[in-house]
Ligand binder design. Structure first.
Ligand SMILES: O=C(O)C(=O)C[C@]1(C(=O)O)C=C[C@@H](O)C=C1
Length: 290
């Protein structure tokens, strides 16, 4: 069987780069065939796994400059059947791609909102008067650059190469150590073969989300004290609206703990929460050979 890996497309996105790394890793297992499958949005790549059109999805979760990718968190909460297999950390170096011969000629810059935000200081300094237009992905932003000389896009140098487009400026992200964490996601009960190859490395992190039974003083503190009492470190805490009523939140937490500690924490946490969703336990790998 060929394992299909869904990712935000078209080819040339950072998500494709992370998915490509994972594909090569999977292919090292004898007998495993895999191929990449681009989707127009992050939500659609996760839905592809939930509906069995693909066996895996590689989706961005968090950027070191701009923080969480809300579409990933919201979709994971909505879809019941997904599980994190592995985290991949990809260094992100953005380039300004354009057919214009100088920065002065550029009037419009397209990119994914995360990429525009990661370069806002550079854009403010070198292109203070341009229109910034969000696109579904950095690679999608490249469409139309050849026809319109006054436009530019922010994407990777790999994407520029892929579409044979000129680079006007490199390393334009505001912080040089810019990186994005991706999750490799599978269906929770399927693809034992895929799970084995990812699980060969012992899990170091567990990601969960929960809602609180009531919006009362101390409700969140009581839930968090479970981790403090057990001496468990949290590597991320993020809130998202429940979308049920204004001011009501879901809390997304990454836990650094052994499997036994996680089980103890989860059974205690159930006393202080309304709904808990466990997205999986996994290890973290740095992609450093691109
Ligand atoms: O647009 C892309 O190329 C993506 O893969 C999406 C995405 C993101 O959502 O954060 C991934 C990495 C970068 O942080 C910028 C954009």
């Amino acid at each position: 069987m060929t394992i299909l890996i869904a990712h935000l497309g078209p080819p040339g996105t950072y998500a494709e780069q992370a998915a490509f790394f994972y594909l090569n890793w999977l292919k090292k297992t004898p007998g495993v065939e895999a191929s990449l499958c681009p989707y127009p949005t992050i939500a659609q790549s996760l839905q592809a796994v939930a509906t069995n059109q693909a066996q895996l999805a590689v989706v961005p979760v968090e950027n070191s400059i701009e923080g969480s990718v809300s579409m990933t968190m919201d979709t994971l909460w909505q879809l019941e059947t997904l599980q994190i297999q592995l985290a991949l950390v990809l260094p992100i170096s953005h380039t300004l791609i354009s057919c214009a011969d100088s920065l002065e000629r550029i009037q419009t810059v397209y990119s994914h909102p995360q990429a525009l935000a990661q370069c806002q200081g550079w854009l403010g300094q070198f292109l203070p008067n341009v229109n910034l237009i969000p696109s579904n992905s950095t690679a999608e932003a490249l469409q139309g650059l050849k026809q319109e000389i006054t436009t530019a896009a922010i994407a990777s140098s790999r994407a520029a190469q892929l579409y044979n487009l000129p680079i006007l400026a490199t390393g334009i992200n505001d912080y040089p150590d810019n990186c994005t964490r991706f999750w490799v996601i599978s269906h929770s009960q399927k693809d034992a073969g895929v799970q084995i190859s990812s699980r060969a490395i012992a899990p170091t992190h567990t990601s969960i989300a929960f809602s609180l039974p009531a919006n009362l003083p101390g409700a969140l503190a009581k839930a968090l004290q479970v981790f403090a009492h057990l001496g468990i470190n949290l590597s991320r805490i993020e809130s998202r609206p429940t979308k049920r009523s204004l001011g009501e939140y879901l809390f997304f937490i990454d836990i650094e703990a052994s499997a036994t500690q996680v089980q103890t924490a989860l059974s205690e946490l159930r006393n202080y929460t309304e709904i808990i969703k466990v997205f999986g336990s996994y290890s973290v790998t740095l992609i450093d050979n691109f």
